[in-house]
Design a protein around this ligand. Structure first.
Ligand code: MN
Length: 165
């Protein structure tokens, strides 16, 4: 597994002597079973410089992650900006706490929802993320239903961030 590579950005941004966030050293769980394991999701309310909600979807041993400006939308017409951020370790799905001021993401992280997610039937999630549109369902404690992540074209934003809606 290329775990160290996937999490190198995550680790480079953090000083683990200063923050209690998980380093992500635990190896990902074995996938030898022929029954497909369920994929976890978590939404963390993050009171950083700006309050946002971090949506994390388990895929390939890490959490693919987006910072959603005003939290998940329950109204299909009300789209939310979701800024793609670095992959996070699966241990992050249980993390709550205060990241010290001055550290990356300084502020308080609270679990807001968690459960399982799945791509819509027939959707290959890796392919969907690559092509910029992922339709999925969430089965959490708060959230139940279908959402879609759509990548915005870079030329509209003129920024290095990868934005999704
Ligand atoms: Mn965050």
């Amino acid at each position: 597994m290329s775990m160290p590579d996937k999490l190198s950005t995550y680790r480079a941004k953090r000083d683990f002597k200063q923050t209690a966030e998980p380093k992500g050293s635990r190896s990902s769980r074995s996938r030898k079973s022929d029954i497909a394991p369920r994929l976890r999701f978590v939404i963390q309310k993050h009171a950083a410089t700006r309050l946002h909600y971090d949506l994390r979807l388990e895929l390939d041993g890490v959490f693919k992650s987006w910072a959603v400006t005003r939290g998940p939308s329950l109204d299909p017409a009300d789209k939310r900006l979701a800024v793609e951020v670095e992959d996070h370790p699966l241990e992050y799905g249980d993390f709550e706490g205060t990241i010290p001021k001055g550290q990356y993401g300084g502020g308080t992280v609270q679990l807001w929802d968690r459960g399982y997610w799945s791509p819509l039937p027939g959707v290959d999630p890796k392919q969907a993320l690559k092509s910029g549109e992922l339709k999925f369902t969430l089965e959490g404690e708060r959230l139940h239903g279908s959402w879609v992540l759509v990548r915005m074209r870079h030329d509209r934003t003129n920024s290095k961030r990868t934005n999704w809606l």
